[in-house]
Design a protein around this ligand. Structure first.
Ligand SMILES: *Cc1c(COP(=O)(O)O)cnc(C)c1O
Length: 495
């Protein structure tokens, strides 16, 4: 399959090239030249399959330059690192389900793709005949960094460097990253918030001179951020799998439309749902859930994307984002795949920090998407209410999506659609905030939070979190935003 840039300047043959490059030369994002269809018969055929088998069917449609048997084996290996079913569906009420995507090694949904990406990149670079080693740079709002480090640690021919905003991640997230094991990893804090951090990393990718310097040292750059198609592709699979589980569980008829409510930051997770819909999955509406950084809510209701607003640090830090990079892929679709138009829109924010889509483009977005958000009190209230009503404990990110889902039914009382709320983190990953929500108990220490939350939830604590307490901190450096390339070079030269 061919992949094209959303800004029109590049076309590559094969997913491997798109995945290894990460970002197109013109600054655009790679998108498939067309959406490969999944027929009703294929959906029926996938009903009895395991999660990795279902994923192999979906990914294989995009990754037709990878060997299909090898792809399946890689997916089986990746998802064997999960506790049980990688993407179980939990029914909490008539018509409301949670799709739990956090049973992987780092307890957040990023594991769904980042356990697979090392294979996609390594094999991809072989397919492309690349001799250089790969240097992965990641800007993280918390969960991507850890999941990428864990996915890539000690991968042959790959080095990985993670940058996180020094005051923008939770204590648990920071500890997870700074204690990371592996001989090929590095972690650096960056002064500023996530958008500053992401912008600084993007600048390294855009700088041809710096790429040349790295190449002379035997490295090419690649990205594990959600703009990489290799991140997006594995995420499409769980929407199919959730749908199939609803059918096999007798909750819906094959062909019946379902809604998803997705806690959104960089717009990667929800975009995968949209891709699934475009491939033919009966998705009716997608509810884009934000926290107080509700730039997407305003865009979906008013058609203007405006980042000129206060940035809030919330209890759902992985959604504390004002520039949602993957939205570019949706804009490309809703303007009729007009790359010139997409490029114009995307250049505007750099100049004016805001852009407005046409009424037709907005209507095309709203055909599928609507948005909502939860403020901090509403997150607490939602997590608490669901805990009281059903005994189910969800994390703060999922709480935002649950609030938006419940608001939808409040406004549309007669709607009988089945709603899947996408659950993106294990509640123990944000123990103090979740503890506060379900018990009103305020503790300063994360591990105390875990202990007390365990008493309230009576669900086992994942070892990958409880074991953090005894791990030595390996990384503690903070860098200024304009000094990141120097950090990169000293890491590369440290061989
Ligand atoms: C990354 C993340 C999100 C946001 O996902 P996007 O793909 O960036 O929209 C939501 N919740 C959690 C827990 C995350 O780690």
């Amino acid at each position: 399959m061919n992949f094209i840039s959303t800004r029109g300047g590049e076309k590559v043959n094969g997913a491997a090239k798109a995945i290894v490059k990460g970002l197109a030369d013109d600054g655009g994002l790679f998108v498939p030249e067309s959406f490969p269809p999944v027929t009703r018969e294929e959906l029926e055929e996938m009903l009895p399959l395991s999660y990795p088998e279902r994923a192999a069917r979906i990914l294989g449609k995009y990754l037709d330059d990878y060997d299909s048997g090898e792809l399946l084996a890689a997916l089986e290996a990746a998802y064997s690192k999960f506790e049980g079913d990688p993407a179980p569906l939990v029914r909490i009420d008539d018509g409301i389900y949670l799709l739990e995507l956090w049973h992987g090694p780092t307890c957040a949904f990023k594991d769904m793709a980042l356990t697979v990406l090392p294979y996609l990149l390594r094999r991809g670079s072989d397919i492309c005949g690349i001799k250089e080693k790969i240097l992965i740079l990641v800007a993280t709002s918390g969960d991507t960094g850890k999941a990428a480090l864990e996915g890539f640690k000690d991968a042959e021919g790959i080095k990985i460097m993670v940058f996180y905003p020094d005051d923008g991640v939770s204590k648990m997230q920071k500890l997870q990253m700074c204690t990371q094991e592996g001989g090929n990893v590095n972690v650096v804090a960056v002064k500023g918030n996530f958008d500053d951090c992401q912008t600084a990393v993007k600048q390294i990718f855009a700088d041809a001179e710096q790429a040349k310097i790295l190449k002379e040292r035997g490295y090419i750059l690649s990205s594990a951020n959600s703009i990489n198609f290799g991140r997006l592709a594995p995420q499409i699979a769980y929407y199919f799998s959730a749908y199939l589980d609803l059918v096999s569980g007798g909750q819906i008829e094959m062909g019946e439309g379902v809604d998803f409510s997705v806690p959104t930051g960089n717009f990667g997770n929800i975009l995968a749902a949209y891709y699934a819909k475009r491939m033919g999955l009966p998705v009716r509406r997608l509810h884009c859930a934000s926290n107080m950084n509700n730039v997407l809510t305003d865009f979906l209701s008013g058609g203007t994307y405006d980042t000129r607003r206060e940035f809030y640090k919330t209890t759902s830090p992985s959604m504390d984002i004002l520039v949602s990079s993957n939205l570019e892929r949706l804009l490309f679709e809703v303007c009729g795949r007009n790359a010139g138009r997409t490029a114009d829109l995307m250049k505007e924010p750099e100049a004016t920090e805001a852009y407005t889509v046409t009424p037709q483009e907005k209507a095309a977005v709203n055909e599928t998407f609507d948005g909502g958000f939860a403020n901090e009190d509403e997150v607490v209230e939602t997590v608490y209410d669901v805990f009281c009503d059903t005994g189910y404990t969800m994390d703060t990110h999922t709480g935002c999506a649950m609030k938006v889902a419940l608001d939808w039914f409040e406004k549309n009382k007669k709607d009988t659609v089945k709603m899947v709320v996408v659950s993106t983190a294990n509640p123990y990953k944000f123990p103090q905030d979740v503890l506060y929500a379900v018990t009103g108990n305020d503790v300063k220490d994360s591990f105390k939070g875990i202990k007390r939350l365990h008493a309230a939830m009576a669900v086992a604590v994942p070892k990958s979190l409880s074991g953090l307490r005894d791990k030595p901190v390996r990384f503690s450096k903070t860098a200024k935003r304009d000094k990141l390339f120097e950090e990169v070079l000293s890491f590369v030269d440290g061989d």
